[in-house]
Write a protein that binds this ligand. Structure first.
Ligand SMILES: *Cc1c(COP(=O)(O)O)cnc(C)c1O
Length: 423
């Protein structure tokens, strides 16, 4: 996949006059085209719904764009529920897939009419204690343990993951829920992360469909939906082939027709909870080179740092970088591109070959639309950047302002720190 910046150098200069770097820029056109493709890829399934994983990009303006394509919200905390509600997504358009859930969050999810997806069998009693009676529709998260394999080798390690019910717990849980009056059932599983292969959903779907047939036969539970959750990935490296959502949708259809239809379960709805695939490629972090340093290595210091994008520091994740205005220049210089934290892992790129960078150059950090701004934090007293939407007509809308010192000090109201600064 070719990595193309959403904007030119001139456009970046123009935007930066109103909204100083660093800022996140989201491409409305790309978001819309992709959301439409997802919808079409699963249009063969009458009940299909994508519940956008809010944690990936918790911005109500973006959630509302996805809502136009029939998307709901996958939430896992109080504030994500509140955000979803603020974006006008309520009721069964919310999937509450949480874990180690506080009582008040379950109560609020139930109040909004969200579908509750339990992470553990002990939460049946916990939830009943909070609500008095269980909702008519309930889902359980499944964890088969072991390793999750596809034809290209081992993909992930569910046996090491804290989430979900074991298989025997799932059968027991369904019986208990049925006994407590639950009428509509769902199954959920998230078994591999950032999969860049069209095979993941179909392989997962086959496993869940076979399980659903068994569960319905043995417990008599009426299974209404199967939630394939997230994990559909994007290629962060240039030149790597992206997933094709049409091929993925067709792959799921094939196993649906092989397994569910013959079992008389041809009315089961397919749900997804994609985050990365929905937003990842459609966000870019724009930052400016502010320093260059020549010591034991060549460093370019930029005005963004790991608080604005944590993935490289946290996972060693690769994010492609383009120097605006130098797209066609040879990558003749080897740099570490670094932020200003007092942490040596604050590096957006290590030993990266790039065109010669001068102070004042704009750098675009690609594929930061999911798990980017959302993972921001305030270490070293650094502030989080603005989020901007690049609209289809080329104009730019501020969809989250940058933090100010006042925001940083807001939780110290007992000390009136900000007032004492005399500002
Ligand atoms: C994180 C998460 C997702 C989204 O994952 P992506 O890899 O961004 O698609 C979906 N569901 C649950 C329960 C999650 O925790």
């Amino acid at each position: 996949m070719n990595k193309v910046p959403f904007i030119t150098k001139e456009k970046a200069q123009e935007i930066a006059q109103t909204y100083p770097t660093p800022f996140y820029l989201y491409d409305e056109k790309g978001i819309r085209e992709n959301a439409k493709a997802v919808k079409e890829a699963f249009s063969w399934n009458r009940g299909f719904k994508e519940y956008f994983a809010v944690k990936a990009t918790p911005n109500p303006v973006l959630i509302q764009i996805l809502k136009e394509y029939g998307c709901g919200c996958d939430c896992s905390s109080m504030t994500e529920l509140m955000l979803s509600r603020a974006a006008g997504v309520i009721g069964e358009n919310i999937m509450f897939s949480s874990n180690e859930t506080p009582a008040e969050e379950y109560a609020y999810a139930a109040k909004l009419g969200a579908i509750i997806n339990l992470d553990d069998i002990t939460h049946i009693d916990f939830l009943e204690g909070i609500l008095g009676a269980l909702p008519e529709t309930m889902s359980c998260r499944y964890n088969p343990g072991g390793v999750f394999k596809m034809s290209n080798g081992i993909m992930d390690n569910p046996g090491d993951s804290k989430y979900g019910f074991t298989k025997p717990q799932l059968f027991e849980g369904y019986r208990i829920l049925k006994g407590k009056g639950v009428k509509n059932f769902g199954i959920h599983a998230f078994l591999a992360s950032n999969t860049v292969t069209n095979e993941y959903y179909p392989v997962l779907a086959k496993e869940l469909f076979e399980l659903a047939v068994e569960l319905e036969k043995e417990t008599g539970a009426d299974i209404k939906f199967i939630n394939l959750s997230g994990g559909v990935g994007i290629p962060y490296e240039p030149g790597k082939e992206a997933n094709d959502i049409r091929v993925i949708g067709e792959g799921v259809r094939k196993v649906y027709e092989e397994v569910l239809v013959p079992a008389g379960m041809g009315d089961v709805a397919i749900y997804t909870e994609m985050g990365r695939f929905m937003m990842g490629p459609y966000g870019q972090l724009v930052t400016k080179a502010v320093h260059e340093k020549h010591t034991h290595k060549e460093y370019i210091g930029v005005d963004a740092c790991a608080v604005n994008l944590m993935r490289p520091a946290m996972y060693g994740a690769y994010h492609h970088i383009t120097v605006l205005g130098k797209e066609e220049e040879a990558c003749s210089h080897k740099y570490d591109v670094v932020g200003s934290l007092c942490e040596n892992n604050d590096k957006f790129a290590i030993d990266r070959m790039l065109p010669e960078i001068e102070k004042g150059d704009f750098l675009v950090i690609h594929d930061t639309g999911a798990h980017g701004h959302a993972m921001g934090y305030n270490y070293n007293g650094k502030l989080r950047s603005a989020e901007l939407l690049l609209k289809e007509d080329g104009s730019v809308e501020l969809i989250r302002r940058a933090e100010t010192p006042k925001d940083y000090f807001a939780t110290l109201d007992c000390l009136e720190v900000y007032d004492n600064l005399g500002r």
